[in-house]
Design a protein around this ligand. Structure first.
Ligand SMILES: NC(=O)C1=CN([C@@H]2O[C@H](COP(=O)(O)OP(=O)(O)OC[C@H]3O[C@@H](n4cnc5c(N)ncnc54)[C@H](OP(=O)(O)O)[C@@H]3O)[C@@H](O)[C@H]2O)C=CC1
Ligand SMILES: O=C(CO)COP(=O)(O)O
Length: 351
């Protein structure tokens, strides 16, 4: 493994930024972790814990927390952006105003922007001028911070327009607990990571309603079908959806009690209101915003996404979760492999 030691800035000390800082620190890099809360900074630097976002994990001395973005970026060649998708533009703009030379950026966020329908890498490209953007890499896959904090075996994928840069980030993070793959399909990797959160919210609702494993398996399988359908139309390689950033992340987020999206869905299924759920979570629930974006994208690309549509109605049109499930189950009968049938009949017609 090629692990040259370097100074890495991690922007965002939530659960994921902190867990990734730990991986980098285990690889003996010097980690400069940026956050906005002075109390949290003091706790990390003095007690070596981040009790709000990653309780029970001892952080090594080579992680230093900063509230000044300038200080966190000082001497860093690589910048990991680990804030919720809603904060990406603001943070990217702030970084661009500070740095003087091009740096490698890695984003680890999972979302799509409503209205613009931009992926995270596209939002970063909008905000950081190309002269300051050496390379841009995404890191995604089935990886709850809580498990990474325990150093449990975890696998993720990195992707970039420049695969040499992706390989460099693979080396930066890779260790015996954290295995990193590469995949050149940047669109597929970003779309899979973003859209699985919609299905995880739905799986949480299903569990909250007291429906069983059959319902969850159905949501995961048919969820993957609609993610692949939209993702392929947006330019992704369909094979990516059977990989870590597709089915892999869908499985972990729909089945883990650690998932913020599943937890929020679970409370909705139990009858709590969306505002109340989000207020009490204390951590980001990306699937809510992405449901809006995916609902708009389904219309734009004329793509059938019944689970996304049902969830959109629960979140934004006050449809009762049980009624939404009844509507999903009561739709017209259809062929399971409708996309495949469509492709095959087109091919037959062309012969
Ligand atoms: N948690 C996980 O296991 C994983 C998360 N992800 C993705 O990583 C991203 C971050 O998630 P996660 O770490 O869980 O989120 P958390 O809710 O745990 O933490 C969010 C962090 O971002 C900071 N933040 C929020 N808004 C702003 C803002 N406007 N400006 C600056 N900082 C801000 C928060 O700071 P403050 O405390 O001051 O509010 C906090 O440090 C998401 O896109 C998520 O989908 C991906 C894989 C795994
Ligand atoms: O993306 C994740 C795991 O891979 C985290 O999902 P949650 O935000 O639902 O916890």
């Amino acid at each position: 493994m090629d692990n040259d030691k370097e100074t890495v800035a991690v922007i965002g000390a939530g659960s994921w930024g902190t867990a990734l800082a730990l991986v980098l620190a285990d690889n003996e890099h010097r980690v400069q972790l940026w956050l906005r809360n002075k109390e949290q900074q003091k706790e990390i630097n003095e007690q070596r814990t981040n009790s709000k976002y990653l309780p029970g994990v001892k952080l090594p001395e080579n992680i230093q927390a900063y509230v000044s973005l300038e200080d966190a970026l000082e001497g860093a060649e690589t910048v990991i952006i680990a804030v919720p998708s809603e904060a990406i533009r603001e943070i990217a703009k702030d970084i661009a105003a500070i740095i003087a030379k091009p740096l490698t950026f890695v984003h680890v966020s999972k979302g799509i922007e409503p209205d613009t329908h931009k992926r995270i890498s596209e939002m970063i490209e909008d905000e950081i001028p190309s002269r300051l953007l050496k390379d841009l890499v995404v890191l995604s896959g089935p990886s709850h911070a809580e498990d990474v904090g325990e150093r449990h075996p975890t696998t993720v994928t990195v992707s970039s327009k420049n695969m040499k840069a992706a390989q460099k980030i693979q080396d930066l993070f890779m260790n015996k607990h954290f295995r990193v793959y590469t995949n050149p399909d940047l669109i597929g990797v970003e779309i899979g990571g973003a859209l699985k959160n919609i299905i995880a919210l739905a799986a949480g609702i299903s569990d909250g309603l007291g429906y069983g494993d059959n319902a969850k398996a159905a949501l995961i399988t048919r969820g993957l079908a609609e993610i692949s359908r939209l993702g392929t139309k947006m330019g992704a390689n369909p094979l990516t959806f059977s990989g870590l950033t597709g089915i892999g992340d869908l499985i972990v987020t729909c089945t883990s009690v650690h998932s913020r999206n599943w937890k929020a869905g679970n409370l909705l299924g139990k009858g709590h209101k969306l505002d109340e759920v989000l207020e009490n979570m204390g951590m980001v629930v990306e699937g809510v915003r992405t449901t809006k974006a995916a609902y708009q994208l389904a219309q734009k690309y004329k793509t059938n996404m019944p689970i996304t549509e049902a969830l959109y109605n629960v979140l934004f049109n006050a449809v009762n979760p049980k009624d939404a499930v009844d509507q999903l189950m009561g739709r017209l009968k259809k062929h399971e492999m409708e996309d495949l049938v469509g492709i095959l009949s087109e091919q037959m017609e062309q012969r």
